[in-house]
Structures are given as C-alpha cells and as structure tokens.
Design a protein around this ligand. Structure first.
Ligand SMILES: NC(=O)c1ccc[n+]([C@@H]2O[C@H](COP(=O)([O-])OP(=O)(O)OC[C@H]3O[C@@H](n4cnc5c(N)ncnc54)[C@H](O)[C@@H]3O)[C@@H](O)[C@H]2O)c1
Length: 302
C-alpha cells in the first residue's frame, strides 16, 4: 500500500484531540489526507491539528460536539468548506464509565448515549448526505468495541457500542449502491479511557498503543478496501480478526401459535441444549451449566 494513499481525500476524525482519534488523524494526514481534527476539548483538537501542520500535513481543528445535530452538521460543513469535499468519516468520539446496573444514574446514561450513539448517527447522517451529493462514494469507519458482546459493569457502554455495530451493518446495506462503505473497528489501546479503569488497565498490555490501530483505519478508508463493507474488525495488538455477527440460529421450531406451555416445553426439550454462552467472557448459562459441570444428581443412562 502506498504511503500517500489518501492524497486528495478529505476526512473527518471525531474525538481526535487525544488517544485513538489523535493517532488516526495523524496517520491519515501522513497518508496524504486533509483532516478535520474534531474534539469537544477544543484545545486538544488545536494541538493535534497544529502538530499535523508542523509536519507538513493538512489539518483544521473543530471544537464542536458530535452529540448536537447542528454541530455535527457544522463539522461536515467545515470539511467541505476547507477542503472541497468529505470523503471519509472516522466516528471515534466516545465516553466510557463503569457501573453496575443498580448504580446507574440517568444523567450519566443519557450523556453517554448522546455521544456514543446519537453522535455517531448525527455525524453519519450529515456525512452521508454530503457524500451522496458529491456522487463519488466515500467510506465511514465507526468505532465499536469488544464490549458490545457484553461485559460486566459496562452495560450502558456495551449497549452503545452494540448500537454502533447494528448501525454499521444497516447503513452498509443502505449505502452499498451509493458506493459508500461502512465498517467498524473494535480497538484495544492505552488511552485515557483505559487508564481510568484498573480492570481495563490489567487487560491492556503496555505495547497496545493507539498507533498500532491506525493502519486498520487507513486501510478501511482507502481504495484498497474496495468491496469491504458491513464488517466489524477487531485489532488487539498482534491479533487482527473479523467479529462474527449475530444470526438466526437453528433449530427454528414452528407451530401455528405458541402459548406459555409450549414455549416452556420448547426450552425443556430442545433449546435447553442450544443456549448460547453469553458475553465477551462466554459464560455458560446456568441451565446449560448443569450439563457441563458436576451436578448433585448423577446422570443415569436410560
Ligand atoms: N481505548 C480502547 O482500548 C478502546 C477500546 C474499544 C473502543 N474504544 C473506543 O475508541 C474511541 C476513542 O477512545 P479513546 O480510548 O481514544 O478515549 P479518549 O477518552 O482518550 O478519547 C476520546 C475523545 O473523544 C472526545 N469527545 C468526547 N465527547 C465528545 C463530543 N461530544 N464531541 C467530540 N469529541 C468528544 C474526548 O474529548 C476525547 O478527546 C471511543 O469511541 C472508545 O469508546 C476504545
């Protein structure tokens, strides 16, 4: 792949004042892209943009918040006004906190969903409209998370990243014919987000730096990724892989109508053996566990 792969492309990276977003913006600028460096922490956005310019790249800063639809539109408008087009969007801005369900506070829940879900939607909507108007396609990279598979103490965050995954698959379907590819990444890297949590820190080896994820984003935005859309891609240090998507699992039982009695029988007689291990940790549900672990009643053959 050529280093100047994104020459003549204009890209918006949200949440690019620090952490992963900063690494993405810098890497994309090095590959020739003109970058709108957005972060609600405006000073940090300015710092990243200034740093890119100092190294000969093209960048402007934006201090808008992605969680407000008018400001999201303003970020896209800034890209078109400064660089003449918008060819790529990296929907990276995000918030995270840990809480057990009974510790949740509605204001904090709302704030997270406004950034992680609505922000991604508002940015996507504004970018897609501009890309369709330009008529030469484009690429969106959303930032989901392995947490979307379900993780303890991260319910609201996990749900927000699950929403990002669903949005990615759905918009990829809607936009394939317009030549706009929509993919998502599940990164793991040392950033402020990880430093905040002892548990995350334990799960993140020191060599997991944001710059190790940036080439995946560059690839997904470039023409080298032609034909790749609707995918969730996980990058965790040395590992790079595609994340499987939920599907309708067989056996699919059919009868004219289901009542509580027949649903219960379906679980007793059939589904009991088909329950899914759940969450990122793949926990075996209790009803299945009794078959896989020692039970008080020994199994007897017929
Ligand atoms: N670090 C990881 O291991 C990891 C793992 C999975 C997913 N992610 C995701 O990667 C993305 C980047 O996270 P990070 O680890 O670099 O965290 P970070 O906290 O270092 O950076 C996030 C940036 O987003 C900005 N931001 C927050 N709200 C905003 C808003 N309304 N508008 C614009 N900018 C806003 C913040 O100011 C901050 O600079 C997030 O979406 C996060 O959920 C990170």
């Amino acid at each position: 792949m050529q280093l100047r792969d994104l020459q003549d492309r204009a890209v918006v990276v949200t949440g690019a004042g620090r952490g992963l977003g900063e690494a993405f913006a810098t890497h994309l600028a090095q590959a020739g892209a003109a970058v709108v460096v957005n972060d609600v922490d405006e000073e940090m956005a300015w710092r990243t943009a200034e740093n890119i310019r100092k190294h000969g790249g093209r960048a402007v800063a934006s201090g808008h918040s992605v969680s407000d639809p008018a400001q999201a539109q303003a970020i896209v408008d800034l890209c078109v006004a400064e660089f003449g087009s918008i060819d790529g969007l990296v929907n990276n801005a995000g918030l995270n906190y840990e809480a057990l369900p009974w510790q949740e506070e509605p204001d904090r829940v709302r704030e997270l969903v406004e950034v992680n879900v609505l922000g991604v939607m508002y940015m996507g909507i504004a970018a897609v409209k501009a890309m369709i108007e330009q008529g030469r396609g484009g690429a969106i990279v959303n930032v989901s998370s392995g947490a979307s598979l379900g993780q303890r103490k991260l319910g609201v965050y996990a749900a927000s990243k699950g929403a990002v995954a669903s949005l990615t698959y759905s918009w990829a379907l809607d936009l394939e014919e317009s030549g706009i590819r929509v993919n998502a990444i599940c990164p793991l890297a040392h950033t402020r987000m990880v430093w905040k949590s002892e548990r995350s820190l334990r799960g993140c080896p020191p060599d997991r730096t944001p710059s190790r994820i940036a080439p995946v984003v560059l690839f997904l935005l470039s023409d080298a990724a032609e034909g790749i859309t609707g995918q969730l891609i996980r990058c965790n240090g040395p590992q790079l892989h595609i994340v499987g998507q939920p599907y309708l699992k067989a056996p699919i039982l059919e009868r004219q109508a289901w009542d509580a009695e027949t649903v219960s029988r379906a679980f007793d007689e059939i589904f009991g053996a088909h329950l899914e291990p759940y969450g990122l940790e793949k926990r075996v549900p209790p009803r299945l566990r009794k078959w896989t672990e020692g039970t008080s009643t020994p199994l007897r053959s017929a």
